[in-house]
Design a protein. Structure first.
Length: 226
């Protein structure tokens, strides 16, 4: 009886946590898209960038990302954790022999992953070509240290998401090896928390603020004699 209760609770937990995972993944994908899109707009025109994303308009972008994430929370059917492949996969997808058979391929997530791979790649190509064009036309254009820093940060964060999305699109339709699913698991962890590592390692302003926040402030004692 206790075992059945445990199994039911575990099932409910898995079916509850997966929509949250899907929602976070959707937010991560749209966030990476907005990240490279804002960098591209900022490269061409600071005025247009400020007009679209400056001030309180940034909250509208955040709201759109939140709505996009909620779509992944409510609509796709949840996948299940496959202990053999150490990954969250769409039930059942892979049997014990490793053969892929027809299952719920979650078209919304598959479409998101394909769009993440294609759109982010295209935007980065556009960013690179835009930089070459501005350099060729003006001859005096140079990326500032801040622009270089933001570009490297965007590449590092978005690159992990693009690679991960590509792996999961592949695993939805083709046999997945243990090495592939393990790599996807590590990339999933990096895409979830790697942004903080990237910012701490590359962004000097954020790193200094964090170190200042955790550093012990020296206290001085003043003695007033009467």
């Amino acid at each position: 009886m206790h075992f059945q209760w445990y199994v039911l609770k575990l099932r409910d937990f898995l079916l509850t946590i997966n929509p949250n995972i899907q929602g976070f993944w959707g937010a991560s994908c749209i966030g990476c898209f907005c990240l490279v899109f804002t960098r591209l707009i900022d490269l061409w025109s600071h005025k247009v960038h400020d007009f679209l994303f400056g001030g309180k308009r940034a909250y509208a972008v955040i709201l759109l990302c939140l709505i996009y994430a909620l779509c992944f929370f409510f609509f796709p059917s949840p996948g299940l954790f496959n202990a053999k492949y150490h990954s969250w996969l769409f039930d059942p997808l892979i049997d014990d022999s490793g053969k892929v058979f027809q299952a719920d391929v979650a078209w919304l997530i598959a479409t998101n992953n394909l769009l993440t791979v294609t759109s982010t790649f295209v935007l980065y190509i556009a960013f690179f070509l835009s930089f070459l064009y501005k350099y060729a036309v003006t001859y005096g254009y140079r990326m500032t240290s801040h622009e270089k820093q933001m570009f490297v940060q965007s590449c590092a964060i978005s690159g992990a998401n693009v690679t991960l999305a590509l792996l999961y699109v592949y695993m939805l339709f083709f046999p997945a090896t243990f090495a592939m699913t393990t790599s996807a698991l590590f990339l999933w962890q990096f895409s979830s928390a790697g942004a903080a590592v990237v910012y701490m390692g590359i962004n000097k302003s954020i790193r200094d603020k964090v170190l200042q926040m955790f550093s012990k402030k020296a206290t001085t004692t003043t003695t007033v004699s009467s």
